[in-house]
Design a protein around this ligand. Sequence first.
Ligand SMILES: *Cc1c(COP(=O)(O)O)cnc(C)c1O
Length: 452
Amino acid sequence: MADTFSTHPGQDPTLQDLLAVRPALSMHAIDGLVFEDVPLNAIADALGTPTWVMGAQTLRTRYHRLDRAMRDAGLDVDIHFAVKANDHLAILKILHAQGAGADVVSGGELRRAIAAGIPAREIVFSGVGKTRAEMELALHHGIARINVESAEELDLLSAVAVACGRTAPVALRINPDVDAGTHAKITTGLAGNKFGIPYDRAVELYAHAASLPGLHAAGVAVHIGSQIERMQPYRAAYARVADLVRAIRARGLGVDVIDCGGGLGISYRHETEGAPEALAHAIRIELGGLGTRLEIEPGRWLAGPAGVLLSTVVLRKRGYDGMPPFIVLDAAMNDLARPSLYDAWHGIIPLSARDAVAPSEQVHVVGPVCESGDTFGHDRTLPRLHDGARVALLDTGAYGMVMSSTYNARAMAAQVLVDGSRWDVIRARQKVESLWAGDIIPDPLTHPAGAE
Ligand SMILES: *Cc1c(COP(=O)(O)O)cnc(C)c1O
């Protein structure tokens, strides 16, 4: 399966289909599209667009479903939110208040998580290229664990830990050589990927880790990719991890913890949302009997459906020779990169109830950035959208705002948190002047020679 978006033939979901499976969103005759209990038009009126909106109650509800699924399976699983999916301090605080720790992949994310009030003992550090400075930072704060991805990194971490006078709890991230059946750019558990330690070297390296000074070999980690819909790849990866744990123990070495990774998918278009209950079942069957502590690191599943991106139609541009018109939005690939990066499909719903029932037409939905890849939807069937109409791009709570750039000198969009009927700005729209505030002009350019 190459991509979640091209492999499900048939018609796109209608606006009603999209709303039916997104309980946080509803269409009201007067208020229009409402997220939790807040009319999205009220936010767009106050702040303009593009604006990211996250739903606090939606996040909490999703966290609780995941947590309950693990408990109902009889598992005691620590949930570490993958900070890279959405690193806003308010989002981290909400999830931490529900019981989540954090999974970070850089020193910056580690500092963000700590700034949000998550203690380092609830933070795990993953990633393929941790620098010496990042390792020192993590050890200095007393991180729960560092997931190591190579022999070279083990040796470096050992040296850093000894130099700091600390013991680094480590897990080896194993590459199980399992195809997660997801998009090539978000699959991470195949032998050719840059991630993890080759499976057949894992026992030997675990023994090496246990022998190195400054390290405590605590366990094994696996993360096979993102936007995973089916349980079979998880089952296959976890079965290999279980074999590995037995082999490590047969060498007389201890395994305290298994980090089962993230990757649970959501339904953007026609995909089946990954069920936490099914994941819990897979973990229980394959790993539940080993007597280790268990952890998961979901990002997308928790945060994706908890966010929308509000945008306004700048203009309609006529298509060539009877081709569909272009609906040009004020949001672009610099805001939401997923469509240009992964050909991702995001639902698009008008904010006004009247716009939502306008006769439909086929359109291309694009952003204003000077790249053909700046396209949100090809051949979409949408209600006719007039200039100035507002829309919500759905399921943008994960890998949305965090991937924004300022390409084309476009300032970062505003961010809002909805919590029931309350809403708050959680980041003001970036001032365009701040885009060049850090630019330094070398002296000779300001005072050219001979220009006295
Ligand atoms: C990105 C990542 C995750 C989260 O993946 P999702 O698909 O968002 O759940 C978890 N663990 C590691 C190591 C990651 O790199």
